[in-house]
Design a protein around this ligand. Structure first.
Ligand code: BES
Ligand code: ZN
Ligand code: ZN
Length: 505
């Protein structure tokens, strides 16, 4: 999608469709909003009559398309809900509603009339970013395997009226980068496991590295064996596609930048292994690589935005299948750090690959901060739902920074506790830790206690369990923000990129 700012009034634009925001009507403001006066005049008063008869209410998710007698430059009205409640996120969603309403309607360009979308609590530059982002994210569909193609919006112009400034230009620039990184990530995360093998993800990282000048290191199964990475090798043992540990480095800016390690679970398919999963929804387990894909997207955004910290991305990629060479319940594996894991359930594989990835990055790169993203537990989905990621951190400043970034990007996260209770539960009778506990409650937290073992207690660390929001299906999508497509959402890409941008020195 192309984005531009244009000085002329939206109504003077030659876009196929011109979009206006409509705040919800209230008892105290029964008249057509003043921001729609010019549009109403251009449409010979039809907006006013639609408003009067209550056809136009300005409710969220309401979109109404008006045609003109000459058939050109249609006008789309997008509901914004109660004016006092309009936030940046409201505009992101409204823009997505707009582009989605226009799918298959023979429109390729869309102009937004900025003044009609503004509200007291929203700065014009944030509104410009939100409209661009919402449109760019909302238009995305995974089309790789589909032959039919519908018309869609390819060009978005924003018409700020009097609010023009250089801040608006950089807001559009920023949104373009976020949209690019997120949709690029979605495209990889949506790939099925026959295509997106661990080596395929490694190749994606190499390509990204060449494009943006990032250093990429791929540890294959031989190198992993040399390094005693028994966790990732165990999990990947049942597949003909061998595991890969991929490291992508962005150097950072200025002298002596701090180092943030961003680690992702990259299970290209999670069958559960010998502890096999039931058939229902099994196809969704191609999305079990979403954390690793998000790490790639974060590196892409971080490099394009030239964020200050040095960023070390680590992708722990393996396919979890049953088979003659698969790891099994009862096995004990030795990880990079030397710590041993008693495998009690081969379906608790994410933490096992992360054990090597976390141990490796902490030892080799001595990061100042570690953040991991993983579709780690069904328990987290039960606790927080499909839209919210769990945040587990023993460092308050880091947790605060991530919560602040979350508030800015609209990707909801919720902090959960990690205590001695959970640490006790992952102790093993015969090894250092066990990968699955004797009693099931608090599964997201015992998983965190397990991961903490491999980060240690000195490096500030945050774990994001993205099992809920990493992807949607036809039914969960209806309750998600309108800019989330069916399939991979790339949850965490904007969140962590924003954290890296805003991170205090
Ligand atoms: N990939 C799954 C977690 C998951 C489940 C993500 C459903 C999204 C939707 C993970 O590897 C897993 O199977 N976890 C188990 C852990 C258990 C065996 C201790 C779980 O959550 O049930
Ligand atoms: Zn699993
Ligand atoms: Zn898994």
């Amino acid at each position: 999608m192309r984005f531009a700012l244009e000085r002329r009034a939206a109504l003077a634009s030659d876009a196929d469709v011109i979009a206006f925001g409509v705040p919800e009507r209230t008892e105290s403001s029964p008249n057509l909003p003043r921001t729609l006066t010019d549009a109403d005049r251009a449409l010979s008063g039809v907006l006013g009559s639609a408003w009067k008869r209550g056809e136009l209410k300005g409710k969220r998710k309401e979109t109404t398309l008006f045609h003109r007698a000459d058939g050109h430059r249609r006008v789309l009205l997008v509901g914004l809900g109660a004016r006092a409640a309009i936030e940046v996120e409201t505009l992101r969603r409204a823009a997505a509603e707009a582009v989605r309403a226009l799918k298959g309607r023979g429109a390729s360009s869309l102009a937004f009339d900025l003044p009609s979308f503004l509200a007291p609590g929203v700065r014009p530059e944030d509104a410009v970013a939100a409209l661009s982002e919402g449109a760019g994210l909302g238009v995305y569909e995974f089309r790789r395997y589909r032959s039919a193609r519908e018309s869609e919006i390819e060009t978005v112009t924003i018409h700020p009226g009097r609010a023009a400034s250089s801040k608006l230009r950089s807001a559009i620039e920023h949104a373009r980068t976020f949209v690019d990184a997120v949709n690029w990530t979605r495209e990889i995360a949506n790939l099925p496991a026959d295509t997106a093998t661990p080596e395929h993800l490694a190749e994606g990282a190499r390509k990204l590295g060449r494009e943006l000048g990032l250093k990429v290191t791929v540890l294959d199964e031989r190198k992993l064996a040399e390094l005693h990475c028994g966790g990732i090798l165990g999990v990947g043992g049942g597949s003909v596609h061998p595991p890969r540990l991929v490291i992508v480095e962005y150097a950072g800016r200025g002298k002596a930048p701090s180092t943030v390690a961003v680690v992702g679970k990259g299970i290209t398919f999670d069958s559960g292994g010998i502890s096999i999963k039931p058939a229902l929804h099994l196809a969704d387990m191609k999305f079990d690589k979403s954390g690793a894909c998000a790490v790639l997207g974060i590196l892409r955004a971080a490099a394009m935005l030239r964020v200050r910290p040095r960023v070390v991305g680590v992708l722990a990629c393996a396919e979890n299948l049953p088979g003659g060479s698969a790891y099994r319940p009862g096995d004990v594996v030795t990880t990079y750090s030397g710590k041993t894991i008693e495998i009690l359930n081969t379906d608790a594989e994410g933490r096992v690959v992360l054990a090597d990835a976390l141990g490796y990055v902490v030892d080799r790169y001595k990061p100042d901060t570690v953040i991991d993203l993983a579709t780690l537990t069904g328990a987290c989905v039960t606790a927080l739902g499909d839209d919210t990621a769990g945040l587990i951190s023993t460092n308050d400043a880091l947790a605060k920074g991530l919560l602040a970034a979350s508030a800015r990007t609209g990707e909801p996260i919720w902090r959960l506790p990690l205590t001695e209770f959970h640490r006790e539960l992952v102790k093993s009778d015969i090894a250092d830790v066990r990968n699955s506990t004797e009693i099931p409650p608090a599964g997201a937290l015992t998983a965190s206690a397990f991961l903490e073992t491999f980060v240690g207690r000195t490096t500030p660390w945050a774990h994001l369990d993205i099992a809920g929001p990493a992807w949607t299906n036809g039914s969960t999508r209806r309750y998600q923000p309108s800019y989330q497509p069916v399939g991979a959402t790339a949850f965490g890409v904007r969140l962590v990129s924003r954290y890296l941008e805003d991170r205090p020195r």
